[in-house]
Design a protein around this ligand. Structure first.
Ligand SMILES: [Fe+2]
Ligand SMILES: [Fe+2]
Length: 396
């Protein structure tokens, strides 16, 4: 495997980083590019990370959440594990040791740092062991002689920097679409860099979780916890808000403890039709009842979370991605017995670009469920049948 290395603080990772990485792979013959976040960059003052309020783990998580759809990229946390100041010479040796690449690994160097490269720790050794690629970071290109063998990348420059994003985020500026979707949800969920807060508060989630703990049977509560964690994982993988996924997962079965009459009465308030089957078996309405309860009792108004809770039993042809994630999580979470292992395996795989991975996973779960119902001579809900038909048409 031919490897290229792109190091940096990634505080946070932004579209310019990924565009640069993509440009290297387009211009030169490498199989994979490894992004390596620095623990402490020799070029930054120590204070930067603390003041900016994103720790090493945050920077790593943002990177991991930004590239799962692209198998050409990977992230390595070796510099974080090594701690201390991150010297490129150590990293180059560690990469060669660990990956045994074919040929020399490429080292991507911004031309803003290149003029001082000769002063780096073991610069000659780095230059001997890698193929240095000089990438454009500043315009116009600085004029200097680079005294080591190298290639020049004529990449486009994007007018985006981590510093600008941090400043924007701290002042409610337009930072959101300068970073990959996965990084955006982590910044929002964790409230990094100042004001970027999640639309779902930690207090609300804690209150709902406490209600689930108190009102549900122990086993049902464990199932809810496991659903919440599975939904959170899936949300991260598919670029959705993990805090919303967790909340929907922990709340989805809150209606289970209601009596049938109350379930029906609550569900009828949400505006969707109640089918004959649901009228006969009001237990099927526990999700919709829970969504109505969450609005009244907990003042939860996040539409995505409410939809996910309401639709977790039936699904619906028009359901959104968060609802899909919670539907899937409910069916495959790890405390559930007799789950088809192929579904869990499919859910654990990173989606590939161009695949309708979330819909495909949902279809697989639905087909599995439909087969089980048919075997036991049970009826499909009309909304489920409609969803199934739509996905089959779209995907097969
Ligand atoms: Fe349920
Ligand atoms: Fe459930």
């Amino acid at each position: 495997m031919r490897l290229a290395i792109l190091g940096g603080s990634f505080n946070p990772v932004h579209l310019g980083h990924l565009h640069l990485a993509d440009s290297v792979l387009s211009a030169f013959d490498y199989d994979r590019l490894i992004l390596i976040p620095a623990h402490i960059s020799p070029f930054k003052r120590r204070g930067e990370y603390g003041a900016a309020n994103a720790g090493p783990q945050d920077r790593l998580d943002m990177l991991l959440a930004s590239i799962p759809a692209d198998p050409r990229f990977s992230v390595d946390d070796m510099e974080l594990k090594r701690r201390g100041v991150s010297y490129t010479a150590d990293t180059v040796n560690a990469v060669i040791d660990k990956y045994r690449p074919r040929g020399k690994p490429a080292l991507i160097l911004g031309d803003d740092l290149a003029a001082d490269f000769y002063r780096w720790k073991n610069a000659e050794e780095i230059a001997a062991k890698t193929d240095i690629i000089l990438a454009r970071r500043v315009d116009p290109r600085p004029a200097f002689e680079f005294p080591f063998p190298h290639k020049i990348l004529n990449n486009d420059m994007m007018a985006v920097s981590s510093q600008k994003i941090r400043e924007y985020a701290a002042s409610d500026g337009p930072w959101r679409y300068l970073v990959p979707a996965g990084a955006r949800v982590i910044i929002e969920e964790r409230g990094l860099y100042g004001k970027a807060a999640s639309s779902v508060s930690a207090e609300l989630t804690a209150a709902v979780e406490e209600a689930a703990r108190k009102t549900l049977a122990a086993e049902r509560f464990l199932h809810s916890r496991s659903t919440a964690l599975t939904a959170r994982d899936l949300a991260l993988r598919f670029g959705l808000n993990p805090a919303e996924a967790y909340l929907a997962g922990i709340a989805h079965d809150l209606g289970k403890s209601l009596n049938k009459k109350r379930m029906l009465a609550l569900a009828e308030k949400d505006g969707r039709p109640v089918s004959a089957l649901e009228r006969k078996k009001p237990g099927l309405l526990h999700g919709r009842a829970a969504a109505v309860l969450l609005q009244g009792r907990f003042k939860l108004h996040n539409k995505r979370v409410l939809e996910a809770v309401a639709l977790h039993t039936s699904g619906a042809a028009d359901m959104g991605p968060l609802a899909m994630v919670v539907y899937i999580a409910d069916k495959i979470e790890f405390s559930r017995e007799a789950v088809n292992p192929a579904l869990r395996e499919m859910a654990g795989k990173a989606p590939r670009p161009g695949e309708k991975a979330l819909s495909s996973l949902l279809l697989a779960v639905l087909e599995d469920n439909a087969a089980y119902l048919a075997e036991n001579k049970l009826e499909l809900l009309p909304a489920t049948a409609e969803l199934l038909q739509k996905l089959r048409k779209e995907l097969t």
